[in-house]
Design a protein. Sequence first.
Length: 583
Amino acid sequence: MNIDPIKLKKFLLDAGFISARQFKASEKKAKNSEKPIEDILLLEKLIAEDDLVRLKAYIAGIPFINLDNLTVGHEVLEIIPEAIASSHNIVAFKKDKTSLEVAMLDPEDLQTIDFIKRKSNLKILPRLTTESGVKNLLAQYRKTLKAEFKDFIKKEANGIESIGSTGKSKTKKESLENVAKKIPVIRIVDTLLKHAAMDRASDIHIEPSEREIVVRYRVDGILRDAMTLPKQVASGIVARIKVLANLKLDENRLPQDGRFRFKKDEEKFSVRVSILPVIDGEKVVMRLLAEGAKGYGLEELGLSSDALEGVIRAIKRPTGMILITGPTGSGKTTTLYSILELLNTPEVNICTVEDPVEYHIPRVNQTQVNPKIGLTFSNGLRSLLRQDPDIIMVGEIRDKETASLAVNASLTGHLVLSTLHTNSAAGAIPRLIDMKVEPFLIASTLNLIIAQRLVRRLCDKKEEYELKDADIKNLSHFCSQERLLKALRQEKLLKSGQVLEKAMFYKAKKSKSSVDGYKGRVGIYEVLPITETIKGLITEEVFTSRIEDRAKKDGMRTMIEDGLIKAAQGITTIEEVLRVTRE
């Protein structure tokens, strides 16, 4: 909500919150940093957020409401979908027969107010509140849903009978079809999906044991227990998921894979399903992909300025190969898509072969691998080369044939992007040699290798601390103190001459909106440009360590160093960096 700075100054001075000299200094800082003056006043702690918002409400003639300690019923909260509430910072807190009181950070957001008015068919009464007040109510969405979910499951599970494994196949199939259509089963599966989407889960694990079913959600890369269900609902839940994914209902001895879509509020999700027979039944893993998710810029992914410059230089070259390495779930595909977004112009033809196609990109020709009908990475890539492409993206190089085709494509005038499963950037080179690609061809075609991991982001509330001797001794096992000191000074996180003990790091702090102090993830990277020196080492088939040592001398920042810089910047923690990089 924008307030005229002249008006704001007058009211601040009249109320005695700050002096004219303090306002003038803040005004200068706001101009230099291109930030609103309110942000500077809060950052400099010249005024409390509560006082500033009350003042803005008074100036604008809008009532102020303090929501910090307010508890709101689920039926009122749910009038505004959680996705809308979170993205637009607007929450419902009071309702009568004709009107709905909503608290927001920007009462001038008329489009959102109009949407809620049409959805609720009520008169909307906007109120101004603080960011902490909105967070308090957003946290209640999850708490209320979890409480209701437990009661709901207990109630619905009693109406579902377990289906035995005996009997004729046809009878069993009919029984499974019947149970999959039952309202309690449908509601349980729908609730599991919507709950996962609300918690920003990337995966749902449904794991049968001897006496119960454990449901776990993977949030920000970490698996968490979500729910324990009675054993008798197992066959019904699996049957329902099989129906949604168009899988064989009466097949419980072989693994099956499928996919389906579902919608939560205004957001659509694509779900990849994997079903695996285990001792106590069938384990289900569902991966959730938000179809409307926007691509990230390379800066948003977490690439530092020097690394970003190296990537931009490499992708501007019309031919060659760019590889992204890391384990499953390290964000490789997201990085590939971000690069494709930059390259996606009307002047070029971009073709991809992927497994799966996770996000649809306009003007890019995306092909889904289907091994059942013979459409593998190698066959798909072979066909793409006849489609007059300028840029080719291969989801993953898994075998000798795909590696050979990718290298040959980059030799014959194409820019090729792909991924490999290796632990470091330098480790991609021996991996290609293992796939029988000649070292001189690797040296001729490779432009750049990016290795990456994902670490959890710290929330706004976090604790500062300085390293102790034991912490520094532990870090010295993973990276060079001299290199870390140099990097911290380059990033202006330490002054020249200051020692490592003076660097400020951060710890996660639990809050109402975050049970563990983290929310979201960011990448940590090492970017290895293939220089003439590195090309010489590749043709000599030297060890990975020698290539890495040379790259570090040439200025490459290792993944753990990049992570520790982000820890010192307050983006993540040292514990997170060590968790994902420790081999």
